[in-house]
Design a protein around this ligand. Structure first.
Ligand code: ATP
Ligand code: MG
Length: 439
């Protein structure tokens, strides 16, 4: 959709160019943010109920962190990072806007001395990420992720608990029609054998691969399995699959994960084409894929085990499992399901009938808000009629008119807007709060 990039003042004929937000980076307003807050609150509630602690890491990191922690052959590092030089003349370092949060979390844990012998941690995060990709519905250049990392547990029970948090999150949000796709890509030691088999299969078909996959053939052939190109997908249906190259240990781990999910009644389907674009993944991989018309943007949550990452970033060997979910995509799904949160509404609108009334409304509102009640007052001294319209539009549950005669009597009448009923109470913040809360 083309949007105008100039504003015109028709009267004077002056046309000024306006500065626009960078493409793929969105302004968010209250209408949408009520749903965001509902989602964010639910995310925090769910992770806290599972005993996770929150972590927040810088939005800017050294680019090198992602070269090592995500991998040079990935789309994220190869073509999607926003990189810029550090302006400190003594530091030749390249900085970047973080494209994902896992590498930052692991760096922070190592740097702050939390990765010691036998350490275990369960952390979650929520925050903006940046990738320079082509914007479309559900795909942006600044987007937000929720996610978690469980560090220090090699046990399949950890994979099951991580997947369970995602399942609980979606069910608490009321999101249905999301399928759990599950697979195992084995250990690093299984990888070379599989890679050889895959390359032997793909090489004779090199000419018919998509341009992206031709490049991946030399950089990151596993990624060809989750290519979005139709031709690539048809070809890969017959390709050897990582799940058929598992060591005995990796297979036993995978079997235990499946049993654990079955015990919790979490349905899944095995998807042998599942791989993650990040080089540090081992064993379990999973995606939660919705069927809400988002096309190639249907994956709302993706994750897996990454036993190799902590050492890759210089920490002592520490197994890990986690995932990241797209906040914008979950908000789109909530909207598609009619589950967008309603706008916040005031409990009470205080309406000033005259100058003294307006002043008193201001004082009462100040006290009531301190008490935690959502109260609306008019700031312009408008007519009672105009304020009534305002109360209506804002969806106030109660209204109370305050003028000189109410002040003289020391009472105020509180109207329940839905029921039409009126109760008269002494004009104090406490009595008003009781009238509103008690109903
Ligand atoms: P995709 O295949 O959709 O590009 P990905 O493999 O790059 O996803 P991850 O790096 O695993 O995605 O990120 C986890 C989740 O973050 C995705 O499943 C998605 O919900 C969300 N996500 C990733 N990139 C974007 C983006 N550019 N805009 C919005 N959400 C995104
Ligand atoms: Mg991507």
């Amino acid at each position: 959709m083309a949007r105008p990039n100039v504003t015109g003042d028709v009267e004077s004929g002056v046309i000024m160019e306006t500065v626009r937000a960078p493409k793929g980076m969105n302004d968010l307003f209250e209408e949408e943010l009520a749903t965001w807050r509902h989602l964010e609150r639910t995310v925090r509630d769910v992770f806290l109920s599972y005993g996770f602690g929150e972590i927040r890491t810088p939005i800017v990191e050294e680019a090198e962190l992602f070269v090592r922690g995500v991998g040079e052959g990935t789309d994220i590092v190869g073509k999607e990072m926003f990189i810029f030089p550090d302006r400190d003349p003594r530091s030749p370092k390249q900085l970047c806007l973080r494209p994902e949060n896992t590498a930052g979390v692991v760096r922070a844990m190592i740097e702050n001395g939390k990765i010691v012998a036998d350490a275990y941690w369960k952390v979650f995060y929520l925050g903006p990420q940046f990738r320079n990709e082509r914007p479309q519905a559900g795909r942006y250049r600044q987007f937000h992720q929720l996610g978690c990392e469980v560090l220090g547990y090699a046990e399949p029970a950890a994979d099951v608990e991580v997947i369970a948090t995602a399942h609980t999150l979606l069910s608490r949000l009321g999101i249905t029609d999301v399928a759990l796709h599950l697979s195992s890509i084995g250990d690093a030691a299984d990888r070379p054998r599989y890679r050889e088999a895959l390359l032997a299969f793909l090489r004779p078909h090199e000419a018919s691969l998509s341009e992206d996959s031709k490049r991946r053939l030399h950089t990151n052939p596993l990624r060809i399995l989750d290519s979005k190109d139709e031709g690539d997908r048809r070809l890969c249906a017959d390709a050897p699959k990582p799940i058929d190259f598992l060591s005995d240990d990796a297979r036993a781990h995978f079997d235990a994960v499946k049993v654990g999910l079955e015990r919790l009644g979490i349905p899944y389907s095995i998807d042998p084409l599942l791989v993650r674009g990040l080089d540090y993944y081992t064993r379990t991989v999973f995606e939660l894929i919705g069927s809400h018309g988002l096309g190639a943007q249907s994956t709302v949550i993706a994750g897996g085990r990454y036993d190799g990452l902590v050492t890759e970033l210089g920490g002592r060997p520490t197994p890990a499992v986690g995932y990241a979910g797209g906040v914008e995509r979950l908000v789109l799904v909530l909207r598609a399901l009619g589950l967008a949160a309603p706008a916040a509404t005031p409990a009470l609108m205080l309406i000033g009938a005259d100058q003294a009334g307006h002043a008193r409304c201001g004082e009462l509102a100040f006290a009531l808000r301190k008490d935690g009640l959502a109260v609306e007052v008019d700031l312009r001294g408008r007519s009672v009629k105009a304020q009534m319209r305002h109360a209506d539009r804002a969806g106030a549950r109660f209204t109370a008119v305050v003028g000189s005669s109410e002040i003289e009597r020391g009472t105020v009448s509180v109207k329940n807007m839905a029921a039409g009923s009126v109760t008269t109470v002494p004009m104090t913040a406490d009595e008003l709060a009781r009238a509103v809360r008690g109903a």
